[in-house]
Design a protein around this ligand. Structure first.
Ligand code: ADP
Ligand code: MG
Length: 394
């Protein structure tokens, strides 16, 4: 394949390793500086220029977009997506992952355990939010920090309030997060490629520092991950739309708590700690997937007027429970079931003989008018019920 690594750091360890791994496997590879692209929307088809010249054809890109150029970088990645060039990480995935709040919002609806988090703006809401996540000591985070910069542990509620108010007064948005004391100074980094964890390490903070980032002096060691941790990491990356990701998890008393999903994980620490060829695994995965450029399903499927995608819930009272998909009458109503979600398992392309159970969720494409009547009010009611106990507690 012909691969472009989008990076502004051709000499960096990760870039060098990716380039070497691609060459070693007989691929054609170029490291292209993300900022030297020009997005061209003047012709009939989306196009790109590089250093002033039309870009030649690539089969795949591997974006390594630094946080200082997220906007331009993701615009370039999105342009490649429009040109049907394969990318393991989508522009959407990269921008969602970069914003800690946005990432938590997306993950929180998919049963991914995370440290309790709150986001407020009003001064009067600060103290209740701190109490809701469990009181002091409490973690305060800038939305777009990296390398541990912008992560503070406030020992007392009063101090936390003062810090948050100060940051708010300088127009900084901050997350308020429960301090997971049992994982103090330690966390797990799992490197996800496709649907598996290819390498994992534990990071341990230096001295009395609570942040375990390598840039803050943390040290690393290889770990054999428990399957629960692997599953949390893989699901988090997939939900974010990232096929190459570094998923950071705290080791909570009840298992993994996902902290963040990094779209350009560094390879040096993890390769040295585990002695594994992570770069090679990434290149092999991309070569395998090249034939499947990202398709924005919503964009492509909703262009036919009156048709769209909806999630139908099979609820107890419905006449669907116990029937097979074939007997459900969905197909006759011009509704195609794309996936069936049952608990945490997913049945892709479910067949006619699959028997529907209560609480199955069907991701469907079809006539909106036909599906409208089948979207129960349940979703809204359930959300309310779920929130009640929390409100009662605070
Ligand atoms: N809620 C928390 N409880 C305990 N430790 C935390 C918590 N949040 C972050 N940390 C520590 O701080 C480090 C940096 O936090 P993180 O959210 O990953 O920010 P960054 O993006 O700057 O790396 C983590 O690796 C972890 O060691
Ligand atoms: Mg981190």
């Amino acid at each position: 394949m012909k691969l472009a690594v989008l990076s502004r750091a051709p000499q960096a360890y990760s870039t060098q390793r990716l380039r070497a791994a691609a060459l070693q496997r007989g691929h054609h590879v170029k490291v292209l500086n993300t900022l030297k692209f020009a997005i061209d929307l003047t012709a009939d088809e989306p196009d790109l220029h590089f250093r002033g010249k039309p870009l030649s054809d690539y089969d795949a890109i591997l974006p390594r977009i630094g946080s200082s150029i997220t906007y331009f970088g993701t615009a370039v990645v999105r342009q490649f997506e429009q040109m049907d060039v394969y990318t393991p990480n989508t522009a959407n995935g990269i921008s969602s992952a970069r914003d800690k709040l946005r990432a938590s919002q997306i993950l929180s609806r998919h049963n991914i355990a995370m440290p309790a988090t709150a986001f407020v703006r009003n001064r009067a809401d600060v103290r209740p939010a701190i109490e809701r996540v469990g009181g002091a000591p409490v973690v305060i985070k800038l939305l777009e920090g990296t390398q541990g910069i912008g992560v503070i542990l406030a020992p007392q509620v009063k101090v936390a309030e003062a810090i948050i108010e100060t940051l708010h007064s300088t127009k900084q948005n901050v997350l308020i997060q429960k301090f997971i004391s049992e994982s103090r100074g330690r966390d797990i980094r799992a490197l996800v490629v496709g649907d598996r964890v290819v390498a994992a390490m534990r990071r341990v903070a230096a001295g009395d520092e609570f942040r375990s980032n390598v840039h803050r002096g943390g040290s690393v060691e290889a770990v054999q991950l428990d399957p629960v941790y692997e599953q949390a990491a893989v699901r988090s990356a997939q939900i974010m739309g990232l096929r190459v990701a570094g998923v950071d998890m705290l080791e909570g008393d009840d298992g993994p708590l996902v902290m963040e999903v990094n779209s350009s994980p560094g390879l040096q620490g993890i390769e040295q700690a585990t002695k594994l060829d992570v770069a090679g695994a990434i290149i092999d995965y991309i070569a395998n997937q090249v034939a499947f450029p990202e398709i924005d399903v919503r964009q492509r499927l909703t262009v036919s007027t009156g048709y769209g995608v909806a999630e139908l819930l099979v609820h107890n009272a419905a006449e669907l429970v116990g029937k097979t998909l074939g007997e459900s009458g969905l197909w006759e109503r011009d509704i195609t079931v794309l996936t069936l979600h049952r608990g945490v398992s997913v049945i892709p392309n479910p067949r006619k003989h699959v028997v529907l159970e209560a609480d199955d969720r069907l991701l469907c494409f079809g006539k909106l008018d036909e599906m409208r009547s089948m979207i129960p009010e349940r979703r809204r009611r359930r959300a309310k019920v779920r929130r009640l106990p929390k409100e009662a507690l605070s």
